[in-house]
Ligand binder design. Structure first.
Ligand SMILES: Cc1cc2nc3c(=O)[nH]c(=O)nc-3n(C[C@H](O)[C@H](O)[C@H](O)COP(=O)(O)OP(=O)(O)OC[C@H]3O[C@@H](n4cnc5c(N)ncnc54)[C@H](O)[C@@H]3O)c2cc1C
Length: 376
């Protein structure tokens, strides 16, 4: 382990690993510090949907960033496969947003026209393309551009590709303190000792406030627990991803389906509730009746990192030179990882990203609010 780096990244989730990959590609000397294993936080629990069109975004700028990010994945994944030998399992068969009744069909159709994205599939076309779907559906919007992948594999592929370009991966290593002198980052104290650096990045999911409190800074984040169920069938039941209002069903390699996801704000518990498994399987089998006779494989949970205003933290802290945050991507961290890491790598090099205003994503925004309240 060398002791001096250009940048130390705290967090081995998809955001930290993508940033490590971006920075090493730019010739930076990087260490990535992860307290457990790669993807042991939200990134290993995600469904892996890159749903830039289907998802709702709080800010118009996020929508266009999300589309840019989604569209970057096919070439990134090819690159990662060459460097790491790991295939992130990109599924490019598009998404279906189904209508259960005539009113839902009307709403979805109108929304599709207003959005200028997607194609309307009548029930006959839907049945031909996806014969296992319930015959009572009233059609669906088909979005060909939406994709999905295996998020834990993506995270590993990013980390090992970064390592192949010189990054140091320090797993089972906890970051305990950010060292600064006169308002400039000097290093990160970890359970393995001090890592000296000029730049430190907080990419540790929803638990970053502990590292900031000793510096008098704050980065409010709330965990939103989510659960997913995996089932297996003898033959494939679905090729495109089904993105319904009450459940999504994501086809994965080996005739597996992932059904997700629950959402419990502020729930820090681990494990999976029996009634969540019941609800997800019931909702899923209304769309694909054969799910009832499929084999239950496993269920898991994770915590989405949510900011109070729903916008991620992306950028530098004005109070401490060399300290950055890339956190709070809530339901869409896998999707946003390509664009967010590229923007932050630019910020760290002092380069502006054309067409992107970073002000709404400033990690200082709640700090400024708190200081304003204290003055009043
Ligand atoms: C059920 C579920 C379904 C989801 N589905 C999707 C989806 O389909 N598409 C999508 O885009 N997003 C999805 N998400 C959201 C996505 O998972 C997150 O937005 C994303 O993974 C956040 O990545 P991250 O790297 O910021 O955090 P994490 O993946 O949580 O990584 C943070 C890492 O930092 C480590 N860490 C924390 N503190 C320290 C410390 N002091 N020292 C060292 N290491 C530390 C943790 O161990 C962890 O591994 C889903 C989330 C859940 C829970």
């Amino acid at each position: 382990m060398s002791s001096r780096y250009d940048a130390v990244i705290i967090g081995g989730g998809v955001i930290g690993c993508f940033l490590a990959y971006q920075l090493t590609k730019r010739g930076k000397k990087v260490a990535l510090v992860e307290q457990g294993e790669l993807a042991s936080g939200a990134s290993g629990a995600a469904a892996g949907m890159l749903a830039a069109d289907c998802e709702h975004f709080e800010h118009p700028e996020l929508k266009s960033m999300a589309r840019l990010s989604r569209d970057a994945f096919p070439s990134v994944i090819r690159e990662l496969r060459q460097l790491s030998g790991i295939d992130a399992g990109l599924n490019e068969r598009g998404f279906l947003v189904p209508a259960r009744d005539a009113q839902e069909a009307e709403e979805l159709h109108a929304g599709m026209l207003a959005d200028c994205s997607g194609e309307w599939w009548r029930p006959e076309k839907l049945q031909t393309a996806e014969p296992a779907l319930c015959k009572a559906l009233h059609g669906a919007v088909y979005r060909a551009e939406e994709t999905q992948l295996l998020p834990a594999r993506l995270t590993e592929a990013l980390a090992y590709s970064a390592q192949s370009k010189g990054a140091e991966l320090l797993l089972q290593t906890k970051a305990a303190e950010i060292r600064e002198i006169n308002g400039s980052v000097q290093g990160v104290m970890t359970s393995r000792g001090l890592l000296e650096c000029e730049q430190a990045v907080l990419a540790g999911g929803w638990q970053m406030d502990q590292l900031l409190q000793p510096l008098g800074l704050t980065l409010p984040l709330e965990p939103v627990k989510g659960e997913i169920v995996e089932v297996h069938s003898e033959s494939p039941l679905l090729t495109s991803t089904l993105y319904a209002r009450n459940v999504y069903i994501v086809p994965k390699p080996g005739n597996k389906l992932w059904l997700g996801a629950t959402s419990y704000s502020g729930d820090r518990s681990s494990g999976v509730r029996a009634d969540s498994v019941y609800k997800l399987l019931s909702a899923g089998s209304e769309y694909i009746p054969e799910i009832r006779s499929s084999q239950f494989i496993r269920a898991w949970s994770g915590h989405r990192p949510k900011t109070p205003d729903g916008l991620p933290y992306l950028g530098g802290f004005s109070g401490i030179h060399g300290l950055y945050a890339a956190a709070g991507h809530y339901r869409n961290g896998v999707l946003m990882s390509a664009v967010s890491s590229s923007i932050l790598a630019n910020v760290m090099e002092g380069i502006a990203t054309p067409g992107v205003n970073l002000e709404p994503f400033s990690p200082d925004r709640y700090q400024r609010q708190r200081e304003g309240e204290m003055v009043l």
